[in-house]
Design a protein. Structure first.
Length: 108
């Protein structure tokens, strides 16, 4: 049976998923560079926290219980997300591919 920490981590991930989905919806409807940038900062913070929870709690707990390839894909996917997050934090809404990068983060 999973420990209380695992249940807490799963609850955090589920809540985080809902929060990030809401932020992405807000981003889609946002008008103006300042609003978009503020939302992207929130999205990046939430995605970064999500990544830490998965990499430090969920993935280690799954080791030996799910296919190794599946866990490896998760780590690689996170690496891609980390690159996009860093690029978004260092850029501005008026830069080329900004909105596309945000949408790519949603699909990860």
């Amino acid at each position: 049976m999973p420990s209380q920490n695992h249940f807490d981590a799963i609850a955090l991930l589920k809540a985080d998923h809902r929060k990030v989905e809401d932020l992405f919806a807000e981003f889609e409807a946002a008008r103006g560079a300042a609003k978009k940038q503020a939302l992207v900062e929130k999205i990046c913070t939430e995605l970064s926290a999500h990544t830490v929870i998965e990499e430090e709690i969920i993935y280690p707990a799954c080791r030996g219980k799910v296919e190794e390839d599946l866990l490896n894909e998760g780590y690689v996917e996170h690496d891609g997300s980390k690159v996009l997050i860093a690029e978004l934090i260092a850029s501005a809404p008026n830069e080329e591919f900004y909105d596309a990068k945000v949408k790519c983060c949603l699909n990860r």
